[in-house]
Design a protein around this ligand. Structure first.
Ligand code: NAD
Length: 332
């Protein structure tokens, strides 16, 4: 049995990763599209045999409520639009898979969780790395205690961003800069590996190009303390390529991935040698898992609350930059 997905927003991620992944997945099927660009309708309909009645635009999207052929809407729009389309999707009676970061603020995350709850629909966030075998191995190994109590994690992700006019550099559409877009992977890694929520953060920001990054952050370094005492040293940047990793240090051993957050080519090392698993299509795994949750009526392991917790930490990081002080992370 399969679960039918409609993709909302047909930009580069939908085109290059998600639609191809849907061709490989076992339980998730591409059945509909929602686009604001009329020219894309025929291109996608022809390429993926999408029925005309399963094609919507942003205005008539709510009519999807009457369409029994669509089970899930996958929101792949700019971050600042996630809340609106998640709420509208849930109100239309659809389960929602939403890309990361879940929304521009924790307040918006809470509204999205509430809307899905009120409509008795499932909500999940596109944290693909949580389905990736190298990441899963690292988490299991750390939590098994194989390397003793964990002391520290260092994690970072960044890249050199191009086009100065893109939505990722606009505060209303992106919610923030490098931290919201890719720093969130380092934050996720720390939370995923430890299974803990940060208590407090200390953060600082630098800007090499204040004009290009007038509205959003360019480079941030931050530290986080976990309840067990694990210290996390993290960084993110839109200014240069290269940092894409985590390393975790226990009392009697260490492990890490570099690159850690790419779509393919994940590589790991540990005290005991290389960490090697098959490279999987992380998007296919993420969508299959959500489809199975729907078929078996289970909660996703990456529910809305997981997105909310990241936003709470991100808000503490921005607050710490503003005040220059160590800042408590609010509880979910
Ligand atoms: P993109 O710019 O390639 O696509 C965005 C789409 O939204 C386009 O089709 C565009 O037409 C549409 N859109 C509608 N209103 C818009 C507006 N006002 N301004 C700009 N575009 C508008 O972006 P993307 O890289 O596909 O990212 C989409 C979402 O997916 C983001 O939330 C991003 O964080 C997330 N993402 C996740 C991953 C991942 O690995 N999980 C990777 C890339 C992007």
């Amino acid at each position: 049995t399969t679960v039918n997905f409609a993709l909302v927003g047909l930009g580069s991620l939908s085109t290059n990763q998600i639609a191809p992944a849907l061709q490989k997945s076992k339980h998730a099927k591409l059945a509909g599209i929602v686009t604001g660009t009329p020219e894309k309708e025929k291109i996608w309909a022809d390429k993926y045999s999408i029925k005309p009645e399963n094609i919507y635009n942003y205005e008539n999207f709510d009519k999807i409520a009457a369409n029994k052929d669509i089970d899930v809407v996958y929101i792949v729009l700019p971050n600042g639009m996630h809340k609106e389309f998640t709420v509208r999707g849930a109100n239309a009676g659809k389960h929602v898979l939403c890309e990361k970061p879940m929304a521009n603020s924790s307040e918006d995350c809470r509204a999205m969780i509430a809307a899905c709850k009120q409509n008795d629909r499932k909500l999940a966030v596109g944290y693909r790395c949580q389905f990736e075998p190298h990441h899963l191995y690292c988490r299991e190994t750390i939590q098994s205690g194989k390397y003793g109590p964990l002391h520290a994690i260092e994690a970072g992700f960044g890249f050199k961003i191009g086009d100065p006019n893109q939505w990722r550099l606009k505060a209303d559409l992106a919610g923030g800069g490098a931290l919201m877009d890719v720093g969130i992977y380092a934050l996720q890694a720390c939370r995923f590996l430890t299974g803990e929520e940060p208590v407090a953060v200390t953060a600082q920001e630098t800007k090499m190009d204040p004009q290009k990054f007038a509205e959003v952050d360019e480079t941030i370094t931050w530290t986080m303390t976990m309840p067990s005492g694990v210290n996390c040293y993290c960084s993110t940047s839109y200014a240069f390529n290269g940092i894409n990793r985590f390393n975790a240090y226990g009392e009697s051993g260490w492990l890490g991935l570099d690159p850690a957050y790419s779509y393919k080519g994940i590589k790991g090392q540990s005290k005991d040698g290389p960490i090697q698993f098959d490279q999987i299509d992380q998007f296919a795994a993420e969508m299959d898992a959500f489809a199975q949750c729907i078929l078996e009526d289970r909660q996703s392991k990456v529910p809305g609350e997981e997105g909310l917790r990241d936003l709470l930490a991100i808000e503490a990081i921005y607050a710490s930059i503003k005040t220059g002080k160590r800042t408590q992370v609010q509880k979910a």
